[in-house]
Design a protein around this ligand. Structure first.
Ligand code: AMP
Ligand code: ZN
Length: 115
């Protein structure tokens, strides 16, 4: 399977990792949209939110647990942050390995400005 994020999990594509455990990897986005822009992914390949199965829901809990930890480590827990998942065409999802963007480090503006 030709998945860039699976390759990051394996280590065959380099990334600037900030967190890793049994279930989850987190690394800096290559095109940061905010001073802090981390991508948090389950190690298991799941293409999108549409493909999450019953046995996978705990992995999304692990993603949230990692987000809480990373936000504290990177000093944005108090200032605040946004955790974003894009699913499918209208959201602009371009990488089909489920991921959450952790964004912060500045006021992010209204979420629905462009809606
Ligand atoms: P999206 O699928 O639109 O939710 O976003 C995919 C994100 O992955 C974009 O913000 C890209 O900048 C980021 N991205 C793509 N390839 C890499 C990579 N090799 N390392 C880090 N971030 C990446
Ligand atoms: Zn993958």
């Amino acid at each position: 399977m030709d998945c860039i994020f699976c390759k990051i999990v394996e280590g065959s594509v380099p990334s600037k990792k900030v967190f890793e455990n049994e279930h989850v990897v987190a690394f800096h986005d290559i095109q940061p949209a905010a001073p802090v822009h981390i991508l948090i992914i389950p190690k298991k390949h799941i293409a999108s939110m549409n493909d999450v199965q019953q046995e996978d829901w705990h992995l999304l809990g692990e993603v949230h647990r990692a987000a809480q930890h990373i936000a504290a480590e990177l000093g944005i827990a108090e200032s605040g942050y946004r955790l974003v998942n894009n699913c499918g065409k209208d959201s602009g999802q371009i990488v089909f390995h489920i991921h959450y963007h952790l964004l912060g480090g500045k006021p992010l503006g209204p979420l629905l400005a462009g809606a």
